[in-house]
Structures are given as C-alpha cells and as structure tokens.
Design a protein around this ligand. Structure first.
Ligand code: XLS
Ligand code: CA
Ligand code: CA
Length: 439
C-alpha cells in the first residue's frame, strides 16, 4: 500500500524532542496510562468525507485540493481509488477506525437500486481492505442532507415520500454498517429543523423524527445490529434551527419519546461552541446523565460563527475533554473521530498527514495531562470539599429527601445567616496551568 501517498512512510512515535514533522511527539499507541494503552483510550478515527471527499470548495471558490484519485473519470473508479487511498492513509497514520456517510463511499445511481448496488460493491472492497489492515469501522451514517430531495428535511420533511425515501437509505446504511462490524451508528439531523415557523408544523415534525428513530431501533433489533445508536447535536447550519440543538435538548427529546434507552450522543466540539457552550460543558452534561457515547474531535475558530471543522490543536480543550472522557471510564464503543478538514490553502496531500498528526498529538498530550490532573486529585478534592455541607446535617437530609420547605424554614429560622466560602476560580486555573506545563 504505497500508491497514493508515496512521499510518506508509516508515521511513528519519536518523542517530544523530535523535530521530524512526520512523527508523533506524544501519541505512543502502546504507552500505558492509567491501566490502558493510549490506543485503547483514544480510539482515533478518520472521517471519510473530509479526508477522501472534501476538495476545498467554499462559497467563494472551487476546489483547491490536489487528490490523485480525482484524476479518474468514472465515478465507481474514483470510489474504488478513494477506498484504497483511505486504507493506505490510515495504515500509515496508525489510525485504527474510520467513519463514513453512505454517499462518501459510493456515487448515487439513477435509481435507489443502482445506488444500493454501488454501495454493496464498495462495502465488499472495504471488507477486504479491513481484513488486510485490521482497521475497523467506528460508525456509519446516512447523508440525508446534501441532495435537493432533502431540502425540507428527511424524517422531518413535510413530504411523506421523502420520509419513506430517507428510511430506505438508513435501512441500507445500517445493513452495511452491521455487515462491516460497525460499532456505532450516527444520526446527525442536518436538515431536521426549520427556516421559519410560518410554514412549519413543529409538533408533527418532532413526532415524526421520533417515529423515524423508533423504526430504526426496531429494524436494528430485527437484523441483529447491536452497535450503539448515537445522535449528534448541532444547533444550526445548515438550517436556522435544528431540533437536535445541544445535549440538553437531545436528552429531553429522547426522554419525551421513550428513546433514551437506545441512544447516546456523539458530541462534536465545534457544534458545542456553535450552541454557545464549551466542549467540556457538553461532555460533562452527557457524562453525568449517562449519555456520553462518542466524540467528533475538531475545533472551531473563536472569531467565526460557523462550523469550520478545524483539526483540534488547543491543548487546554483536549485536556479538559480527556478529563471528562477519563471520568466517563472511556468512550468505547465510541471513539475520537476527526470530523475535521484541512484549510483550503493546505491543498497538498501531505497536509492530510500534518493535520492528523496535529490532532492525534493534541489529544495524546491532553490525555497525559488529564491523567496527571486526575491522579493528583487536586480538583476533585476541592470540589468534594466545596459541597461537603451536603454530606452531614441538614444537607444530608436534603439529599436523602427527608425534609421539605417546612422543616427547612424552621432550620433556617433557628440559624444564623449562612457562612459562605470562596469558589477560588483563579487558584484553580493556576492549578490547571501547573499540570498543563509540568513538562
Ligand atoms: C456536520 C456534521 C456531520 C456529522 C455526520 O456538521 O458534523 O459531518 O458528523 O453526518
Ligand atoms: Ca460531526
Ligand atoms: Ca461539524
């Protein structure tokens, strides 16, 4: 496998002193941290759509990327070349997982039948390549947002024929995901939202979205697909308002419709910030409620209000993300999927390597720091102390549900004014910095 990226050989760990730009400085797959190897903790995945399909198109200009497989002319030849290039790339990068949308891997045909035939052909090729390389499928998903037929949504389309069409496509992708041993299946509601309430039956659309997801659960049971179902929250873009706005909204939706036993969330860093939250906030909220399933590892730009899908390089963010993931006991069967694309100006094939090395090293470094922070117990001890009034006395009674307003009022009246303690934010930020820059 040395056809598409001949200028790069396998990327290896060389340590933080290395100045080789095609080596890892922190990601050492077999290094054990807190009882697990880095490879087991991080479960890195390549996003097929960005790495093999994106060519740097934006609203103001056409593609810039040099991609050897784009020189071919027949769509199925391009699809096959992409598959070979994908596995060469992942092998060289030591990336153990990948994720795809149906349309990333094979071209749509004139009819659904032809589309499915194309998919089957590429899935068979994937099977061989997966066997030869040991690379696994983290998740599959269906693109229900690019084609014009989905202009008003898929499961939330006002047109029942579109709902049916979307179901047929999800059914097929789920079958392929199962066949390839996929460990999860993602639903991202790209156009499951609205542009204006003036033309929208919001109640019917939400009910239909839930109906669609219940059908997916039923079908998974029918075919014996046991992968984890994931919903990926995003507040907006492409629609003005998306139903899966953020983690809190998704949890509320799942519970309202009795879907909560079957779904977890796939949290994307850039979607968290678009929703006005930090990445850590979304991870924390999902974790403490038992919904943290998987992560789309990327970052946005502080000054841009859209989904820039950049490779994650902010070590503070990766540290606090890994802190939540360690406290979650890991992500498996989820993983860290680089839903990230190189900038339009980074148009050479080698930039794909530099970008993934940057992302992998940033998360590996974050893992090392987060583990150090957790082992010290400094933050946990502070937080435990801060809430210690709920461990004894009236606090314990509140937690145990032994008192109501009457008893609390009696207690408050018999007591002095509450004595407060400092939150020590600046001190804690300094403690975080101490662990960040310990090496
Ligand atoms: C787009 C989403 C999408 C999902 C999969 O913003 O991140 O790529 O991850 O459909
Ligand atoms: Ca994503
Ligand atoms: Ca995104």
């Amino acid at each position: 496998m040395n056809k598409y990226f001949p200028e790069v050989s396998k990327v290896l760990y060389e340590g933080k002193g290395s100045s080789n730009p095609l080596a890892f400085r922190y990601y050492d797959p077999q290094r054990v941290i807190g009882g697990k190897t880095m490879e087991e903790h991080l479960r890195f995945s390549m996003a097929y759509w960005h790495t093999l399909c994106a060519v740097g198109v934006d609203m103001f200009g056409s593609g810039t990327a040099v991609r050897p497989w784009e020189n071919l002319t027949k769509p199925m030849d391009i699809a096959k070349a992409k598959a070979e290039a994908a596995f060469e790339f992942m092998s060289k990068m030591q990336i153990p997982f990948f994720c795809f949308h149906d349309v990333d891997i094979a071209p749509e045909g004139e009819t659904l039948e032809e589309t499915f035939k194309n998919l089957d052909e590429i899935a068979a090729l994937f099977k061989d390549l997966m066997k030869a390389t040991g690379i696994k499928l983290l998740w599959g998903t269906t693109n229900l947002f690019s084609h014009p037929r989905f202009m008003h949504g898929a499961a939330t389309s006002p047109n029942a024929d579109v709902f049916a069409y979307a179901a047929a496509r999800v059914k097929k992708t789920m079958e392929i995901t199962k066949d390839l041993g996929g460990q999860n299946y993602v639903f991202w509601g790209g156009r499951e939202g609205y542009e204006t309430l003036l033309n929208t039956d919001l109640k019917l659309e939400l009910d239909n979205l839930a109906r669609f997801l219940h059908m997916a659960v039923d079908y998974a049971k029918e075919i014996g697909f046991t992968g984890q179902f994931l919903i990926e929250p995003k507040p907006k873009e492409p629609t003005k308002h998306q139903y899966d706005f953020d983690v809190a909204t998704v949890i509320g939706f799942l519970k309202t419709y009795g879907l909560d036993p079957y779904f977890k969330v796939n949290i994307e860093a850039n979607h968290a910030t678009l929703a006005g939250h930090t990445f850590q906030h979304e991870l924390r909220l999902a974790r403490v409620n038992g919904f943290l399933g998987s992560v789309d590892a990327n970052q946005g730009d502080d000054l841009l209000g859209w989904d820039t899908d950049q490779f994650p390089t902010n070590i503070y963010t990766t540290t606090l993300a890994m802190y939540e993931i360690l406290l979650n006991g890991g992500l498996a069967p989820g993983g860290l999927n680089f839903d990230a694309k190189v900038r339009r100006g980074s148009f050479e094939p080698i930039d794909l390597f530099y970008a993934h090395i940057a992302g992998m090293d940033s998360f590996a470094h974050g893992l090392i720091i987060a583990n150090r922070l957790l082992e010290s117990g400094e933050l946990e001890d502070f937080v435990a102390q801060r809430y210690s009034s709920y461990k004894t006395g009236i606090g314990e009674k509140i937690v145990k549900g032994e008192v109501g307003f009457k008893e609390l009022a009696e207690y408050a009246m018999a007591n002095q004014q509450p004595k407060l303690t400092s939150g020590r934010q600046e001190l804690l930020e300094t403690i975080l910095n101490k662990y960040m820059f310990a090496d």
